[in-house]
Design a protein around this ligand. Structure first.
Ligand SMILES: [Mg+2]
Length: 398
């Protein structure tokens, strides 16, 4: 069966992460740079607005400032980018049964067989791009093909915000005219050696005999030859054995909310969805995580550790506490999200946590039985057949 592989690549990742917490940087020329105060550092990531002035990664700060006098500079915060990266990967894991992270800002997804779940590859890619923007206020480009190499090449073709399909039938038109140096994995030195043989485009590499490239570059020559012809049998290899890392739901509100009680109602619905999905997959999680986007488009994420659970009420209570702690009357909220992660892998883990918490467990067990009964009824009779809000008595809520 033909595979369907996506490469999701985040656009201008570091500076886009900064924009999520500094909305004033949005739509402006801005860059993350090492030591901007001394004007000696280099540009690590530039916004597309800054790139329009010619600002590029690895350029010296004072060079960049000469090109773009209004450039806003932010010092790097790698811990923050790692955290955002983990959020992106957790979101992608909701769509892809198999995911391989390639760097802090990109991952391959093996979407083979997912058409019945999400629609065509193009529709699925649009859904993923929208979720990344809605929930994390970040943008990506997505390449779609039948293998990892072509998906990576496709993802580079339209930036930012591009979705590009590159199937084997499109190679002559879309891939072969590109210079050899544009090939993933081919650096300037290799490109220069290839050029010395008159091999300037990827098409040239596809047409020349594989042996010629092997003589020139050894094993790597064979790979280049195959890639140029659109061949790449490499599987998408997940780094963690457990592919479901997070179960989450979020919603952009019809109107911005300033009333905490109204927000709690929305949160309960989302928590119920998350709990139901976690119960279906038999996944008990130890981390509840919420995301709030305020009306000024700033985004915060907060998390709390809980006793491993998939009970709706437990997920909701943790989320509700986080919501309350981050609720400001003068900061209307436009998006609310909640997720469960930190899943237990071993049955033994679960046994241990049950014995750890004998009393709490009894209550939770009862709640889970109610949850499971409701799941059954809703599966048979539809979503509206039972409403939870009336039945749910939440501790600590007035
Ligand atoms: Mg990248």
């Amino acid at each position: 069966m033909d595979r369907i592989i996506f490469l999701v690549d985040m656009n201008a990742f570091f500076i886009s992460c900064e924009m999520t917490r500094h909305p004033a940087l949005r739509n402006k020329p801005a860059a993350v740079a090492g030591d901007p105060s001394r004007r000696t550092g280099i540009i690590l990531a530039a916004s597309y607005e800054a790139r329009a002035f010619g600002v590029r990664t690895t350029m010296l700060v004072h060079q960049a400032q000469r090109l773009c006098p209004n450039l806003s500079l932010v010092p790097p915060d790698h811990a923050f980018y790692e955290q955002k990266s983990a959020e992106v990967m957790a979101l992608l894991a909701r769509y892809a049964p198999v995911l391989e992270q390639n760097s802090i800002d990109e991952a391959w997804l093996d979407m083979t067989g997912c058409q019945t779940l999400f629609g065509t590859p193009l529709e699925t890619a649009r859904m993923i791009m929208k979720a990344i923007n809605d929930e994390l206020s970040l943008w990506c480009s997505i390449g779609i093909s039948s293998n990892k190499f072509l998906a990576k090449m496709a993802s580079e073709m339209h930036k930012p915000h591009g979705i590009t399909e590159l199937w084997p039938a499109d190679l002559a038109e879309k891939l072969w005219p590109l210079p050899a140096g544009a090939m993933y994995g081919v650096g300037q030195k290799t490109a220069a050696r290839l050029a010395s043989l008159g091999l300037r485009t990827i098409g040239d590499l596809a047409r020349v005999k594989e042996d010629v490239l092997v003589d020139l570059l050894g094993k790597f020559g064979r790979e280049i030859s195959r890639h140029a012809r659109g061949i790449d049998p490499e599987p998408v290899i997940p780094h963690a054995e457990d592919s479901v890392k997070s179960i989450g739901r979020s919603t952009t509100l019809v109107k911005d909310l300033t009333n905490l009680e109204e927000a709690r109602k929305v949160l309960l619905e989302l928590a119920d969805d998350v709990g139901r999905s976690a119960r279906k997959h038999d996944k008990m999680g130890r981390t509840v995580h919420i995301v709030l986007k305020y009306s000024d488009f700033s985004v915060i994420t907060r998390q709390m550790t809980v006793v491993a659970t998939y009970a709706t009420s437990e997920i909701y209570q943790a989320g509700s506490r986080l919501l309350e702690q981050n609720w400001y009357p003068d900061k209307p909220v436009r998006l609310i999200g909640i997720s469960l992660s930190g899943f237990e892998n071993e049955a033994a883990d679960r046994q241990l946590s049950l014995f750890d918490q004998p009393e709490a467990t009894q209550t939770v067990d009862r709640q889970v039985r109610v949850d499971q009964a409701m799941d059954l009824i809703r599966n048979r009779f539809g979503e509206k057949s039972v409403t939870r809000a009336k039945q749910l008595k939440v501790k600590g809520e007035r």
